[in-house]
Design a binder for this molecule. Structure first.
Ligand code: MG
Length: 245
C-alpha cells in the first residue's frame, strides 16, 4: 500500500488543532484525522487524545484479519471518555473534536466517524464521499429543509451536532469492499472549505505520490482559512505484498 499524509496550520490560524494518524500494519493500514474545538488550545489536546487512543487500541499485534468497524467504534468510545474526563479541568473545559478513522486490509475498509471531517473514496477517476457531516447545515439537508447546494455556504455549516466530547457518543460506522487502485482520503474541513470536490478530484487525477501535501498547498493557495489535514492510502492488488511509504 502507498500512503500520503500532510497537516498544516494554514495562513490564518496561529496553531494547528488538527491531528492525524497513519499506521502501516503487516496486512493493511490505520488512518485517522481529527479536528479539535475548544478555546486556549484545548482543541489540540482533544484531537491528540482521539488519534492517540485510536492508535493505542488498534495498532497492537492482535490487530489482524478482517477490518471491523465495531473495534473502531470502541476506540471512539474510549477516546470520548478520556476527552470528557480531561474536559472537566478548567483549562480544557468543553473541549471536543471530530474524528474520522479507517482500518484497511485485504481490500476491505471499516470506518467510524463523528463530526465534519470526511472520508472519500476515489475510484476510476471519480471522487465519492462515504461519510455524512454531523453539522447543523447537513442535518437540515438530510431532513429536506435545505437544498444541498445551499449547505456549502450555510452560516451553521460548521456548527457540529455530534463530536467527541459529548455524552453519549453517537458515531456512524460502516464497511466497504475495495478494489486495486482505489484511494481512500480522509480530511478535515480545512480542505473541503478551501477546495471543491471537483478540485480535490483533479488533484487525485494528477497522481497519488505526494497528493496530501499537494492538497494542503492548494488549500493554502486558496487562502488557507483553517488548519488542513489529509491522510490517504492507495489500495494495491491482494498479493502485491509489502508496504511502501
Ligand atoms: Mg477545521
Amino acid at each position: 500500500m502507498d500512503f500520503s499524509a500532510a497537516s498544516d496550520a494554514g495562513l490564518v490560524r496561529s496553531h494547528n488543532e488538527d491531528s492525524f494518524a497513519l499506521v502501516p500494519l503487516s496486512d493493511g493500514a490505520l488512518l485517522a484525522v481529527a479536528d479539535g474545538v475548544g478555546g486556549s488550545r484545548a482543541g489540540e489536546v482533544a484531537s491528540e487524545i482521539a488519534t492517540e487512543t485510536f492508535v493505542a487500541l488498534l495498532s497492537s499485534p492482535a490487530t489482524g484479519g478482517e477490518p471491523d468497524s465495531a473495534r473502531l467504534r470502541e476506540a471512539l468510545e474510549a477516546a470520548n471518555e478520556r476527552i470528557l474526563e480531561q474536559g472537566q479541568s478548567s483549562e480544557h473545559q468543553g473541549m471536543g473534536t471530530t474524528m474520522t478513522c479507517a482500518w484497511v486490509a485485504h481490500q476491505r475498509l471499516a470506518y467510524a466517524h463523528v463530526g465534519d471531517s470526511r472520508l472519500y473514496l476515489y475510484r476510476e477517476g471519480l471522487l465519492s464521499r462515504i461519510t455524512q457531516d454531523h453539522s447543523v447545515a447537513e442535518e437540515l439537508v438530510r431532513r429536506g429543509s435545505l437544498p444541498p447546494e445551499q449547505a456549502v455556504h450555510h452560516p451553521q455549516r460548521h456548527v457540529l451536532t455530534r463530536y467527541l466530547g459529548l455524552h453519549p457518543l453517537d458515531c456512524d460506522e460502516g464497511t466497504e469492499d475495495l478494489r486495486e487502485g482505489d484511494v481512500l482520503l480522509l480530511c478535515t474541513d480545512g480542505l473541503t472549505d478551501a477546495l471543491s470536490e471537483r478540485e480535490i478530484e483533479q488533484e487525485l487525477a494528477a497522481g497519488f505520490d505526494g497528493v496530501a501535501l499537494r492538497l494542503v498547498e492548494a488549500a493554502n493557495r486558496a487562502g488557507g482559512p483553517d488548519n488542513t489535514t489529509v491522510a490517504a492510502v492507495r489500495i494495491e492488488a491482494p498479493d502485491a505484498g509489502g508496504t511502501s511509504r
